[in-house]
Design a protein around this ligand. Structure first.
Ligand SMILES: Nc1ncnc2c1ncn2[C@@H]1O[C@H](COP(=O)(O)OP(=O)(O)OP(=O)(O)O)[C@@H](O)[C@H]1O
Length: 512
């Protein structure tokens, strides 16, 4: 090896050593940087998760304070005091609540039961399941982003390819759940693109999804609805009419007529605003209990002469059973016409007496409330000769349009609520729809949209006589009610009571 070759090799070796050393140093520096970055990333990620978890916890505490704080308290108890004491305490509380429930269901439900039920229904049913039901019932809003490619092949056949991209689905949020003894109320916030009417239309499907007989939708705000599910039917058994001996003072504007589906008293006005009432229901639907029950409730006022009842009974059977209760009574169309003529004459006389002196006639023994109970009104307004029919319709129209302030009230009952049967239908401001045979009858009685809003009167079972719906006159949603059941003996007792002779002193609220 000559000197030149040696020098080249030597310099090459030194250069290589320098490169290797430099690379080694660079590698070490890069490894140190990567290590620092990785450590920083881990710390940052951990911090991020901690902040996120803390944020979630704060949000839960703010949104669901009771549930979150209870769970946290239970976890803390478990952690600091151990699980045996926690388990024993829980068993003790459960036993106490059970005893309380058995001893006094009403106070238990008022102070504890409804909160526990609301909590359970919310977390076990509505929060996990309602979004799925809403979606299945078409109550979600999709961001449709499904492009369709159409290619024509050589043989002329179209090939359609759909590429399903992330189609976003927005579902209304559960804002609040309230659980009463028979109904659950679930408040929802609508998503843009929805309207409360969409929920009305889906009410039946939602009832099926929740496996309940009834579901009703109430509009609380333009973008908030309450979907109410009926868990228990409080009207499943007959509601007894209170015995005559237990009747209190009579208020003719709020007369007890039965119960509502919320377990409250159902009261109807027999005098004043909204007193003219038309009740529709198929044969056996319970129209007679709608008639008899308020009469039982105002028995003291009938007996003292503050209320005078006139009975129109084309069948000659139902009202005849309590004939003594009625001051006037008619069966044939001729007698009916005479009865109505007399009433219109009395109304005109009262008008002359009070015109310009008062706006509403004060009800008293001298000027009693004239209450007309018109059974099977269709029998006389449709199935008689034209002349008599027109005269009857005219008299009823006079009484319903002018009678309110003068103390004349008409209550009509009909099986078939068509316009031909009851030409004066619109003159009755208050309508009650008992079981009817066709869905279309519901709208005819209660008005458009009544069925969609939950008045499913065509689906009332035959066994539920006296059950029906009322709507309008201060009611935002159709209300299901059951008239108090008046057995034959009570009708006879009422007759004996009002015809017993001596007039009672005027009850406190009788005179309006
Ligand atoms: N409020 C009620 N609670 C429980 N059962 C009732 C009630 N009302 C009526 N019923 C039962 O339903 C039966 C039929 O009732 P009701 O005679 O009042 O029917 P309706 O509608 O007047 O029929 P129709 O038009 O044929 O006279 C009654 O004999 C009674 O057994």
């Amino acid at each position: 090896m000559d000197a030149h070759t040696f020098a080249t090799l030597f310099l090459g070796g030194v250069g290589l050593a320098v490169v290797v050393w430099a690379l080694h140093k660079l590698g070490k520096a890069l490894a140190a940087i990567a290590e620092t970055l990785a450590a920083a990333a881990v710390v940052f990620l951990a911090l991020w998760w901690v902040v996120k978890a803390a944020g979630w916890l704060v949000a839960q505490i703010v949104l669901h304070p009771r549930t979150t704080l209870t769970v946290l308290a239970l976890l803390a108890w478990w952690r600091w005091l151990g699980w045996p004491s926690l388990a024993l305490s829980l068993i003790g509380v459960t036993a106490l609540l059970t005893v309380w429930r058995v001893l006094d269901l009403v106070s238990f439900d008022q102070w504890a039961g409804r909160f526990l039920r609301t909590w359970w229904q919310r977390w076990a049913i509505y929060v996990p399941k309602l979004p799925g039901w809403l979606h299945a019932c078409g109550l979600s809003v999709r961001d449709e982003a499904i492009p369709v490619d159409v290619t024509v092949t050589l043989v002329g056949r179209k090939k359609i390819r759909r590429e399903r991209q992330q189609a976003g689905v927005r579902i209304p949020k559960v804002k609040q759940v309230r659980s009463g003894p028979s109904w659950d109320e679930v408040k929802l916030e609508l998503v843009p693109g929805q309207k409360p009417e969409d929920f009305d239309e889906a009410a039946r499907a939602l009832a099926s999804a929740r496996k309940v007989a009834r579901c009703q939708v109430r509009e609380l705000a333009p973008n908030v609805v309450s979907i109410d599910f009926q868990r228990r039917d409080l009207l499943a058994s007959p509601i007894p009419c209170p015995p005559l001996s237990e009747l209190g003072p009579v208020d003719l504007r709020h007369v007890w007529a039965g119960r509502t589906e919320y377990g409250q008293d159902w009261r109807v006005p027999l005098f004043g605003s909204g007193s003219h009432t038309l009740t529709a229901g198929a044969s056996g639907a319970g129209k007679n209990s709608v008639m008899w029950c308020p009469l039982v409730s105002i028995a003291p006022a009938i007996r003292s002469g503050v209320v005078r009842v006139s009975g129109i009974d084309p069948k000659g059977m139902e009202l005849a059973y309590g004939r003594g209760i009625f001051h006037r009574y008619a069966v044939t169309s001729k007698d009916v016409l005479a009865l109505l003529d007399e009433l219109v004459g009395a109304m005109d006389a009262r008008k002359r007496q009070f015109a310009g002196r008062v706006r509403t006639v004060p009800i008293s023994r001298e000027n009693p409330l004239e209450l007309v109970e018109f059974d099977e009104i269709g029998a006389l307004t449709r199935y008689t000769d034209r002349k008599t029919r027109e005269q009857i319709v005219e008299k009823v129209a006079l009484l319903t349009t002018q009678g309110r302030a003068l103390g004349f009230t008409v209550r009509g009952y009909v099986q078939e609520p068509t316009k031909e049967t009851v030409p004066v239908r619109e003159l009755f401001p208050r309508r009650i729809c008992l079981r009817v045979t066709a869905k279309s009858h519901v709208g005819m009685v209660l008005g458009d949209q009544a069925y969609e809003r939950g008045a499913w009167a065509n689906r009332i079972e035959e066994s539920a006589a006296g059950v029906g719906y009322v709507w309008g006159e201060g009611l935002r949603e159709p209300l299901r009610v059951r008239a108090g059941w008046v057995p034959d003996e009570t009708v006879k007792a009422l007759e004996a009571f009002v015809t017993s002779g001596h007039a009672l002193p005027l009850p406190g609220g009788a005179a309006a």
